[in-house]
Design a protein. Structure first.
Length: 376
């Protein structure tokens, strides 16, 4: 197909770039901003396959967290203390960087706390209670606050069924992912960064003079290329240790006198829910059918939707009538390790992917680290 590109478009949008990022999510935009900060006169381009960021940056639940207590303990047992607390420190630093860059009001950041939910006869609850002093001691050195985790004495006030028990994380917050990414994109455009949407990268060719990027409608030459496509990365680089993971999300209609505020985790974080004003957002449950949800295709599956609705009506709002207003899905990038992949794959090309469902916490920092791959 002949490309219908005008002289004006080529002269303004498609000139050779100094630095190009594939992916306009939180990692990609922050990489572009960091490069522009280091090299103010350089030409920086962001290429995005969708009209909006395609991955999870505007489709996540808006949890500003570093991991629930069950996730942290499971990871310590699997990967060791140093690996886990190094990652927690990076997540906390990333959240601080995000909030500093945009401001809490801009992203609608609210700190109502986070909670791990346990239902009746939960064996994990008794086990995890014993970890609280140890975790609080280690987290104080990272976060600078004492008693991050604590037991909630009376969980009945939240209205959950089945004799619920709760462990609280006092520093967990929530935010508005759409406002967050809108602010980042405005900031990028204001600094002269070119954002090209609706451009799916099909291939690239690297040689001694640069990297030549091909999409169905345009071609672009760049000196340096950073791939920040997270869950979609296997479509470009199938050899990377990264698998897509689809997370399905539902949001209710407004609920009069909703009895709680905050972010909640259940079953090692596989289920998560929060309030959005007086609505409930509920997502996850991909562990019910992991083979179905290991996909980069948006959509929904019956088993996951049934699992979410059952959890909503039997646990979160028992004996209450509630209607679902909206559904969607987002694509995460996960792997055997929860450590992000930030590495050079050639002289001119770098990779900053595998956020492990923690993009809000770590994405700002990983974008900046992607730039540092290229040195001075």
């Amino acid at each position: 197909m002949k490309k219908n590109i005008s002289y004006w478009e080529r002269d303004s949008f498609l000139q050779s770039a100094d630095f190009t990022v594939i992916g306009s999510g939180i990692v990609g935009i922050n990489a572009a901003l960091k490069w522009k900060e280091k090299y103010p006169t350089s030409r920086v381009v962001v290429i995005e396959r969708g009209t909006l960021p395609s991955g999870a940056s505007t489709k996540n639940a808006g949890f500003a967290c570093f991991g629930s207590i069950s996730e942290l303990v499971e990871d310590i047992e699997l990967h060791g203390e140093k690996s886990v607390f190094d990652l927690v420190a990076k997540r906390w630093k990333g959240l601080s960087c995000l909030r500093t860059k945009l401001g809490d009001a801009t992203i609608d950041y609210q700190e109502h706390g986070g909670y791990e939910l346990f239902l009746e006869n939960a064996i994990d609850y008794e086990k995890l209670k014993k970890y609280i002093p140890f975790l609080n001691d280690r987290l104080k050195a990272i976060i600078g606050q004492s008693n991050v985790f604590s037991i909630v004495d009376d969980a009945n006030e939240f209205g959950f069924g089945k004799q619920a028990k709760l462990i609280r994380n006092k520093v967990e917050g929530q935010l508005h992912p759409g406002k967050m990414m809108q602010a980042f994109i405005r900031m990028a455009i204001a600094k002269g960064i070119i954002v090209l949407t609706g451009a799916t990268v099909k291939n690239w060719e690297e040689n001694a003079t640069g990297v030549y990027i091909q999409t169905p409608l345009l071609e672009l030459k760049t000196e340096r290329l950073l791939i920040a496509t997270n869950g979609f990365t296997p479509q470009l680089l199938p050899e990377i240790d990264l698998q897509p993971a689809r997370n399905q999300v539902i949001v209710t209609q407004p609920i009069p006198n909703l009895s709680f505020k905050g972010c909640f985790h259940y079953d090692r974080g596989y289920y998560y829910f929060r309030n959005i004003g007086n609505r409930i957002l509920l997502g996850g449950a991909r562990n019910l059918a992991p083979e179905l949800e290991t996909t980069a295709e948006f959509g929904e599956s019956t088993i996951i939707q049934q699992g979410l609705i059952k959890f909503l009506r039997e646990v979160i709002l028992p004996n209450q009538k509630v209607e679902i207003e909206q559904k969607w899905s987002g694509i995460l990038g996960v792997g055997i390790s929860k450590k992000p992949i930030v590495q050079r794959i050639s002289e001119r090309i770098g990779l900053a992917v595998r956020l492990g469902g923690m993009g809000v916490a770590i994405g700002t920092l990983i974008g900046e680290e992607g730039v540092e791959l290229f040195g001075k």
